[in-house]
Design a binder for this molecule. Sequence first.
Ligand code: GDP
Ligand code: MG
Length: 602
Amino acid sequence: FPVENIRNFCIIAHVDHGKSTLADRLLEITGTIPKGNNQQVLDKLPVERERGITVKAQTASLIYRYNDQDYLLNLIDTPGHVDFHYEVSRSLAACQGVILLVDANQGVQAQTVANFYLAFEAELTIIPVLNKIDLKNAQVEVVSDQIHNLFDLDKKDILKISAKQGTGVEEVLKAVIERIPCPKFDKTKPLRAFVFDSWYDRFKGVVAHFAICDGIIKEGDRILCNSTKKNYEVTEIGIMYPDQVSTGVLFAGQVGYAMMNMKNTDEAKIGDTFYHENQTVKPLPGFKEAIPMVFAGMFPMEHSEFLQLKSAIEKLTLNDRSVQVRMDSSPVLGQGYRLGFLGLLHMEVFNQRLEQEFDASVIITAPNIAFKVKIKGEKNIKQYGSEELLVLNPCLMPSIDIITEYQEPMVNGTIISPAEYINSITELCLNHRGRLKDQSYIDDTRVLFKVLFPLSEILVDFFDKLKSLSSGYASFDYEDAGFEITDLVKVDFTLNGREVEELTLICHVSRARDMAKRVCERLKATIPRQQFVIAVQGKVNQKVIAREDIKAYRKDVTAKCYGGDITRKMKLLKSQAEGKKKLRMIGNIEIPKDAFIKILQK
Ligand code: GDP
Ligand code: MG
């Protein structure tokens, strides 16, 4: 294919607006997959199929005949959920244009806005497409106006389709060819291959996804990795059609997969450049690192499974570079990791993928977010290495005596909702410490809010509340807005006066009492009664702010054995002793490990 006949494009949209369905139709029309009951062909991961969402951008190459010429169209299907924006911006780097899909029934939603700006800032051609026009409530005119008002796109350029029924989908392919420019890559220059995705295949080892920016790459070539300077022989190369189809060669402007007998998962880092041996080329700029927002401990179910967990995490993080990994350990849970995620859904999906794709069973601790503190005293600053510290683990926060300032992460939120919910949404935002920055109508009936929130306030139940107060009509999206000075406290928990460090948490002053109460209630519900009363307390600066008591309970397993059966009695005592092995002792209080897991989990 000459470069002029190649188009690289993405489909971007709010969740459920029909990206994956449109991708299915495009694959069918171009004969890439047979017509029939294709559903979300590109959502290959089990977690995607179960949850019905896309979490990984996927590539497929299509061949389409138009005006007597064959075109190679490289399509990237992207996730819509805010936690996976990183995937979207990564995909955009390999494209020249996007299809901005909007559900004609629901109209422009918060993630439509966010995705539009990602594409706009990347200076890509944007093809606006209204989907689901087959639905009887489709509001083609209203939504066209929204698109025009918000994005300044011409109404006559908006395509109207039904991805489900296939109506108008052919027009989409034509628009892709006519409106999106071909990639500006040069076949005659030395090879530059950009890794924009990579993963670990159980059978084939490491597989890299290349966007070929200059030159030609063939099977048998010896290529060099820019960051490690290691060299490899290309053993297989090809395109995703939609599964791997070996072509033996890739040219500038194409995207495809490559295998190079890599044994280690960190050898094909996303964002890296590969080139031919003996050539010197300027590496391509890598991706901006993703900024993790939510942190949690991850431990193996059994200590002995640590190495298995380690290898699973290494393999999965090859495919998901947005996860931050650090070693961690805990007295109860042993050796493990502290991982940073882009959001709670991201954390859940990562956990599910570890279990489904790598057979690792793990314990995840309650998530927390990162805070910053400033400290005083020359000696302290020297000891901690800096005046401003990022605190990822609440247990590791410096003593409050030396802290001069606290900062918490903020986000810029976008909410789009029917106007009738303005009051209740405003109230909800205020209750979550939100500060309204802007409010504007995007058409006669819908309002767009811009609200600055502390990240901690929107992480847990904000979205659910928003959905329920608006009968499901409001949508929400957010992006990082840096740190802001605030007032935080550290809440410690004690059992009969002894601290349980795994439970320490940091929160805003105004939330301390509620949080402490919740954890104490949970502890009461999960710790089994023992032979004495246990006082469960939540404290700030040694001052008790929440308390629950676990009543005493006399349990003697041998009481059931009346009389003389001594062997039975021994057996029972033995099994009781074995049960105790998995205990964490806090003073003289025994906490079974599984109770601990329940408390620590979300
Ligand atoms: P994604 O999250 O953007 O990938 O959305 P999906 O492709 O998974 O589609 C979400 C839902 O909308 C699915 O139940 C689809 O069957 C449905 N859907 C997609 N396109 C259309 C359409 O044109 N008409 C109708 N009625 N439903 C559609
Ligand atoms: Mg999808």
